[in-house]
Design a protein around this ligand. Structure first.
Ligand code: NAP
Length: 255
């Protein structure tokens, strides 16, 4: 954050899965733009702490909160902790897992349960908590919810993770339905659908596979977490996208 950047306080942005990857990039950019960032993570204490330290060193405000979003009671506790940081003005539903690569014929019930619990159930429960705080119907002042979907919702991810792609289809639908439900209550709800982004979610792939996949992207490269974060922040910011709701924005290099 530069010395002349405004010390605006835009309230609290909660980012689930904020410890690394797309969530961490979003946290850094949100802090630069004046949000107090509640960084929700599950396991990576050191990553989350290092991110908070980096944001604080730049003059930003952030706190790391450990919570497994697959567990409703942990979501409620995380929101209660974030409430102590200030009024919630934005939620980024970013935490996600792949469920592991598998053809459908080999997928297990526990793989399906895990990927739906984190990618769909948690996103809906976090959205519920955010609406209870931000909706004018509940005495709130409005805000924004940005769901992180995936190009997989349209492509289907055959042979890799159809179970994961199905969760992202649910995110698309949830975005549209919730956006319409709360549109007159001061809350905009949108979705960013990344393509192939260089994060640890691809750690299972053999070396060189991502580079090979990049050849199928019209922009001829994979994306970065920072590039996705720019789209998330555009949607979260009511000054930049005030009339945008129920939108699914693709950040996938034309893929
Ligand atoms: P990532 O690098 O693997 O990071 C995942 C994040 O989610 C981590 O912060 C992790 O916390 C957190 N998380 C996972 N399970 C959690 C749980 N049960 N409770 C709380 N936090 C949990 O993933 P990413 O690539 O940045 O993905 C972020 C989002 O983008 C996901 O929704 C993913 O589906 C979506 N996306 C990614 C790509 C891509 O190519 N990378 C493409 C399309 C969509 P810990 O660090 O504590 O484990």
């Amino acid at each position: 954050m530069s010395n002349d950047s405004p010390a605006r306080n835009r309230g609290v942005m909660m980012i689930t899965g904020g410890s690394r990857g797309i969530g961490a990039a979003t946290a850094r950019l949100a802090a630069e733009r004046g949000w107090t960032v509640a960084i929700i993570y599950r396991d990576r204490l050191h990553d989350a702490q290092a991110l908070v330290a980096a944001i604080t060193a730049e003059g930003g405000r952030a706190q790391a909160i450990a919570a497994d979003v697959a567990d409703e009671s942990e979501i409620l506790r995380a929101f209660a902790e974030a409430d102590r940081m200030g009024p919630l003005t934005a939620l980024v539903n970013n935490a996600g897992v792949s469920g592991g690569a598998s053809r459908v014929e080999a997928v297990t019930a526990s793989q399906i349960d895990q990927v739906f619990a984190v990618n769909v159930r948690a996103a809906m429960l976090c959205a519920r908590e955010a609406v209870r705080r931000m909706s004018t119907r509940h005495g709130g002042k409005g805000g924004a919810i940005v769901n992180v979907g995936s190009a997989a919702s349209q492509l289907g991810s055959a042979g890799v993770w159809v179970h994961y792609a199905a969760t992202k289809g649910a995110i698309d639908t949830m975005t549209i339905g919730l956006a319409k439900e709360v549109a007159a209550e001061g809350i905009r709800v949108n979705c960013v659908r990344p393509g192939i982004i260089d994060t640890e979610i691809h750690a299972f792939r053999p070396p060189g596979q991502l580079e090979q996949m990049a050849k199928g992207v019209p922009m001829a490269r994979i994306g970065t977490p920072d590039e996705v974060a720019q789209s998330i922040l555009w949607l979260a910011d009511g000054e930049l996208s005030p009339y945008v709701t129920a939108s699914l924005i693709d950040a996938r290099g034309g893929f």
